[in-house]
Design a protein around this ligand. Structure first.
Ligand code: SIN
Length: 533
């Protein structure tokens, strides 16, 4: 059994920032399911939105966030993120994150869709990677932080589950005590006991066939929390990024929105523009608007992609401001200084997640969620560009402050039962996993995508329920592997997205259904799902 005050599941910005703050108060264990370098954060190109320029105003950032969120943001959360963001950004700079600056040494603030001004701090177009490269060595060297790579959390250990094992009614309030964790190298499931557990597992983009997310984004934290009876909110709001690279050899490659901020123009294959017909803000409309416009154009023309034209910029500007995109495209034979970039929308960000309070604590005491895994109320029905890393860094601090109190109140349970593998045998047919994984992702893409209908959602519910039943059966008969853990989580999250989408019988923000094309004030509330234990 491994023991610590804080158990952090996930090593992206949320996990690393939480760990550094929490380590001031107690011992910290971080789990990374592959290497610590691999997280959703690493792929964040755009940057972190914050009011750092004297000509910008906090009210303006608040207003832009509320407008994008289409009535569902929690104003209190928006205000605190905008207020606390600059301090957190200054701390990142003090740790050494090299945010881009102009020749006079001022921060080079980028612009993205939905923002009324330039306010996005960035490190060229590799912001997330630069943040991880800065924080990770500090974490690795910290005497109170232990990092376990290749360890994937399987399930939470919590009071209600412990009580049920002994046929007792779950105690109230419910508390978390740790997690079962699979060591991928040995195949053994270990107990990690902790006073506080923090889910920082990122999003669930892999639930869709096409996504900007890396393979690890299988919604593990949300699925574990759901199984533990935690409240989950707003899962219907899946953000589709309008511009992912369309190329047979390009898997999950984002074309940053900052390019549209620098005047990028969307064109059809015939060279004609189209955004002017959809929104007066054209390419800088919020993402839901741009993604739907592209989807509509593709359906109308039967083309496979549209194009983002950056050719009005000199090559030197493109290669220095957007080196990641420039080089990746060049490696595939696309010269972005000379030709428009083929792009399509793809699943990018999950605005819903574990329903948490102003300190990131969930409906189970001592269980926190930070970053994309959580639903704080900042994003409402649609996240404003570059507000995600802002939320991660603001809530990492808030959760650590609250968690420091919890570790004084909560016991470290050392009597937790060992993992019971039952009669599970080794999986002999990997195809059952790969095929099911593929079925879920195709089903979600076809029926629960940018434009939805009741009929498609009902069909998705039927399919996903069947797949969930099959996975359940297979899961208990088979010795655990990381693929099986992820598949089970992915199917759980797919079910939550479908169920939430069916409940919202209106169109709002990222949830657009042809059956209810208008916004309906009766649905001006979160969609909250809770599993009875
Ligand atoms: C991007 O660079 O377009 C992604 C940034 C974000 O998702 O906020």
């Amino acid at each position: 059994m491994e023991k610590s005050d804080f158990l952090v599941v996930g090593a992206g910005l949320a996990g690393l920032a939480f760990a550094l703050e929490a380590a001031r108060h107690g011992s910290v264990t971080i789990l990374a399911k592959t290497t610590a370098e691999e997280s959703n954060t690493r792929y964040a190109q755009g940057g972190i939105a914050a009011v750092m320029d004297p000509s910008d105003r906090p009210e303006s950032h608040v207003q832009d966030t509320l407008v994008a969120g289409a009535g569902l943001c929690r104003r209190e959360v928006v205000e605190l993120c905008v207020k606390e963001g600059p301090d957190r950004l200054n701390e990142l700079m003090a740790l050494g994150v090299p945010f881009s600056r102009d020749t006079a040494g001022h921060l080079d603030l980028g612009r993205e869709g939905g923002h009324s001004t330039r306010r996005v701090l960035h490190v060229k177009d590799r912001t997330g990677a630069a943040v991880v490269e800065t924080l990770l060595p500090v974490v690795r060297a910290h005497p109170r932080i232990r990092l376990f790579e290749n360890h994937i959390a399987v399930d939470l250990i919590h009071a209600a589950w412990l009580a049920r094992r002994k046929d007792r009614v779950p105690p109230v309030p419910n508390e978390v005590h740790g997690a079962y964790v699979l060591d991928r190298r040995t195949g053994r499931v270990k107990v990690f006991a902790a006073r506080v557990v923090v889910l920082c597992t990122g999003g669930a983009g892999k639930v869709y066939l096409y996504t900007s997310n890396p393979d690890i984004a299988s919604g593990d934290g949300i699925a574990m929390a759901w199984r533990a009876g935690v409240r989950i909110a707003n899962m219907e709001f899946i953000q589709f990024h309008p511009t992912c690279l369309y190329h047979p050899q390009a898997k999950n490659f984002l074309i940053t929105e900052a390019m549209r901020g620098e005047g990028g123009v969307l064109r059809r294959a015939d060279g004609g523009t189209f955004m002017e017909r959809y929104d007066p803000r054209r390419e800088l409309a919020p993402r839901d608007v741009v993604a739907r416009a592209i989807d509509a154009e593709l359906k109308r023309t039967g083309e496979e992609c549209v194009f983002l034209d950056m050719t009005h910029h000199p090559r030197a500007f493109l290669s220095s401001r957007f080196p990641t995109v420039y080089e990746r495209c060049a490696s595939l034979g696309i010269d972005i200084a000379a030709q428009p970039i083929p792009v399509v929308p793809a699943a990018h960000y999950c605005c819903g997640g574990v329903d948490v309070d102003l300190f990131g604590e969930s409906s189970i005491r001592g269980l926190y969620a930070v970053g994309e895994t959580s639903c704080t109320g900042l994003h409402g029905a649609n996240r404003l560009a570059s507000n995600s890393l802002l939320e991660a860094v603001v809530f990492a601090r808030r959760a650590a402050v609250s968690g420091a109190e919890r570790i004084r109140e909560m016991d470290l349970r050392t009597d937790l039962p060992a993992w019971d593998p039952g009669g599970a045998v080794d999986a002999d047919e990997q195809v059952l996993i790969t095929q099911t994984w593929d079925e879920i992702r195709r089903c979600m893409w076809s029926y629960v995508g940018i434009v939805r209908t009741n009929r498609r959602l009902e069909r998705a519910r039927h399919r996903v329920d069947l797949l969930n039943d099959e996975i359940q059966e297979y899961y208990w008969d088979t010795r655990l592997t990381a693929d099986l853990v992820e598949l089970r989580n992915l199917a759980t999250v797919a079910g939550l997205v479908v169920e939430s989408a069916l409940r919202r019988q209106e169109s709002r923000g990222l949830h657009w259904t042809a059956d209810f094309p208008r916004t309906d004030e009766r649905f001006l509330h979160d969609t909250v799902l809770e599993r009875r234990l």
